[in-house]
Design a protein around this ligand. Structure first.
Ligand SMILES: N[C@@H](CCC(=O)N[C@@H](CS)C(=O)NCC(=O)O)C(=O)O
Length: 215
């Protein structure tokens, strides 16, 4: 499998889940601003919208999966014994899919226009308030002392929250949400997320070297 990633983006969720499962996909880095790829190919041929993560499968058709929710859920579903996602057809799965959709639409996609400084003052206020309310609901879930969002089991939802912690870039301060900040520290201690950061740093450095050589 080939996993297309970019630095400090939602593709970290896919990396963390792949690492939880010891899958070792080949990583390809996409430079979101410069538009080049670490393997020299064109990312537009992988995903016309130029969004990571994208996962190229090893099947005959070399199918490409996009959308963070789908990529992470697909990987987790490959290994039900990992308990990274509840089984399809259960109410637990419905609640998980609800949470993942919430994270995609109310957190990840609310950060992006703020980070890219694309908004009017009214838009900034609207998105900031939506984000603060969305994160407060996560903080409330964690108030009963559970380790992760749905209980004591790390899941794809936790990987997604960790991968979209962009408050410092979008100007949304979450320090007052103490359950959330303690939870983030627990996620950061996981070897799978530490490996994701190390692998990302390595491929970004390699890609930067290639860009320097080509200049
Ligand atoms: N709908 C996609 C959106 C993914 C997305 O927004 N990816 C960002 C990084 S988190 C990206 O690749 N941006 C590159 C760009 O805008 O050119 C998903 O949920 O996975």
């Amino acid at each position: 499998m080939k996993l297309y990633i970019a630095d400090d983006t939602c593709s970290r969720a896919a990396q963390a889940i792949a690492n939880e499962l010891n899958l070792n996909p080949e990583l390809v880095h996409f430079d979101v601003f410069g538009k080049s790829m670490s393997n020299g190919a064109s990312f537009a041929d992988v995903n016309e919208l130029l969004y990571v993560p994208a996962l190229e499968l090893d099947n005959e058709a070399k199918d490409i999966l996009t959308e963070t929710v789908i990529v992470t859920s697909y990987l987790a579903d490959l290994h039900p014994e990992s308990n990274l996602i509840p089984a399809r057809g259960t109410m637990e799965r419905v609640f998980m899919d609800q949470l993942l959709t919430f994270l995609a639409t109310e957190i990840a996609q609310k950060h992006i226009p703020l980070m890219r400084k694309l908004m009017t003052p009214e838009g900034i206020e609207f998105h900031t308030n939506k984000l603060l309310t969305a994160y407060a609901t996560l903080d409330k879930r964690l108030a009963d002392g559970r380790t992760y969002l749905t209980g004591d089991q790390f899941t794809v939802a936790d990987a997604y929250v960790w991968a979209t912690l962009w408050g410092s870039r979008s100007g949304v301060n979450l320090d007052h949400l103490t359950n959330l900040t303690a939870y983030i520290k627990r996620i950061e201690a996981r070897p799978s997320v530490q490996k994701a950061l190390a692998d990302e740093a390595e491929i970004v450095a390699r890609h930067n070297e290639l860009k320097t050589q080509a200049a």
